[in-house]
Design a protein around this ligand. Structure first.
Ligand code: SF4
Length: 345
C-alpha cells in the first residue's frame, strides 16, 4: 500500500533497534517491547547489547546476570525465555538464529508475533507481525466485528494483515502497520490524518472506536501484602523466587497476603513467629509501595523489624546489607530497598 508506506517513511520514529538490524536485535527488542513502552525499553536495549552482544554471549551468561539486566522491566519470564532461547539456538542451530518459521517456532518463548517480526525485520521475508497494535488496525480496516481474543478470529486477522503487505519490500509495510497502530490507530484513533482512511471500513461506517472487540479481557487482581524487612547482625532476610513462579530468580523480603484489609501489628508479629519461626521486634513502618505485575496490582506495606538472633531458615537467606544492591529484586521490593538506602540511619 503506497499510502501506508509513504506515511511510514515520513513519520517513523527513530529507535536504536531500527539501526543496523540483525535477527538478534529484532528478537531482543521485540521481546522487550511486549508490555513495555518504547521509551522505557531504549536504555535497557542498549545496556543489554553491551552486556550480551550476540546469541552466544547471552547463552553463556548466568541467569542472575540476565535477570539483573532486566530488573525493572517486569514480566521476567521474558528474560528467562530469552536466556533459554539463546541456549537452544547455540545447541540446535550453532548459535545462528534460524530463518525458517518452523525452526523459529521450535524455540522457547518465540510466539507467532515474535516469529513474524524476526522473519520480516530480521530476514526481510514476507511475514506479518501481528501484535495488539496491528490487530486494532486490521480489525478496523476490515471492520471485523468479532472477538479478537478467539483463535479463529486471530487467524483471520493474521491472514488479513498479510494481505496488507506490499509485494515489494513487505517488511516495510509490516512495520508500518505496527507504527500506525502505535501512533495513529490508537484506542482513540486519529482517522483525520490516517493514510488508510480511504479504504478503512470501520472509518466509513463510523465504527472505529468500537473496534476491536475483546471479550476475554483478563481482570486485574488486587493483592494486599505485609512485607517484613527483618534485620540482625548487619544482615537482612530474603527469599529467592522459586523456579516456575512469577518472581522466579528475583529476591524479595518475606511477605504475607493480608486478604482484603491491613492487619494489626499484633497479627503480623504472630504470623512472623508462626510462618518464619522468628522472634522479632517492631522498628518502624515504611511508606506504602504500589507495584503492578502480570495481571496483579500489589499494595505493599513494609515494616522494619529487628530479629533477636540469627538462625538458619529453609528457603530464606540472610544477606549482608552491603550486598543487597547487586541482587535482582522484584520491582515492588526494589522500591522498598531504594527507600531503605536513601534513608539509611
Ligand atoms: Fe485506524 Fe481510523 Fe486509520 Fe481506520 S482510518 S486505520 S480506524 S486511524
Amino acid at each position: 500500500m503506497k499510502e501506508l508506506r509513504d506515511w511510514f517513511q515520513k513519520n517513523k520514529r527513530e529507535f536504536p533497534w531500527r539501526e543496523e538490524r540483525t535477527p538478534y536485535k529484532v528478537w531482543v527488542s521485540e521481546i522487550m517491547l511486549q508490555q513495555t513502552r518504547a521509551s522505557v525499553v531504549i536504555p535497557y536495549f542498549l545496556r543489554w547489547l553491551a552486556l550480551f552482544p550476540d546469541v552466544r554471549a547471552l547463552a553463556e551468561a548466568s541467569i542472575e546476570t540476565v535477570i539483573k539486566a532486566w530488573e525493572g522491566l517486569g514480566y521476567y519470564s521474558r528474560a528467562r525465555n530469552l536466556h533459554a532461547g539463546a541456549k537452544e539456538i547455540v545447541a540446535k542451530f550453532q548459535g545462528e538464529i534460524p530463518s525458517s518459521r518452523e525452526d523459529l517456532e521450535s524455540i522457547r518463548g518465540l510466539g507467532p508475533y515474535t516469529v513474524g517480526a524476526i522473519l520480516s525485520f530480521g530476514f526481510q521475508q514476507k511475514a506479518a507481525a501481528v501484535d495488539g497494535n496491528v490487530t486494532r488496525v486490521v480489525a478496523r480496516y476490515f471492520c471485523i466485528e468479532e472477538d479478537v481474543c478467539k483463535t479463529d478470529v486471530k487467524r483471520k486477522i493474521q491472514k488479513r494483515a498479510e494481505e496488507l503487505l506490499d509485494l515489494n519490500e513487505p517488511w516495510v509495510s509490516a512495520e508500518a502497520l505496527i507504527e500506525l497502530g502505535a501512533t495513529l490507530c490508537t484506542p482513540k484513533p486519529r482517522c483525520e490524518v490516517c493514510p488508510l482512511q480511504k479504504g478503512c471500513s470501520a472509518y466509513q461506517q463510523n465504527k472505529a472506536e468500537a473496534l476491536p472487540i475483546k471479550k476475554q479481557e483478563v481482570k486485574t487482581l488486587e493483592l494486599i501484602r505485609s512485607v517484613a524487612i527483618i534485620e540482625v547482625d548487619g544482615k537482612i532476610l530474603l527469599r529467592k523466587g522459586e523456579a516456575g513462579k512469577v518472581m522466579a530468580d528475583l529476591y524479595e523480603f518475606p511477605y504475607f497476603e493480608m486478604g482484603k484489609e491491613r492487619w494489626p501489628q499484633k497479627k503480623i508479629l504472630e504470623t512472623i513467629q508462626r510462618e518464619l519461626g522468628l522472634e522479632v521486634e517492631f522498628v518502624e513502618k515504611l511508606p506504602e509501595v504500589k507495584h503492578t505485575f502480570t495481571r496483579y496490582k500489589a499494595y505493599l506495606y513494609p515494616i522494619r523489624y529487628q530479629a533477636k538472633w540469627l538462625q538458619d531458615m529453609k528457603s530464606y537467606s540472610w544477606v549482608p546489607i552491603e550486598e543487597l544492591a547487586r541482587l535482582p529484586f522484584s520491582s515492588g521490593h526494589r522500591k522498598i530497598l531504594l527507600f531503605l538506602e536513601e534513608n539509611k540511619k
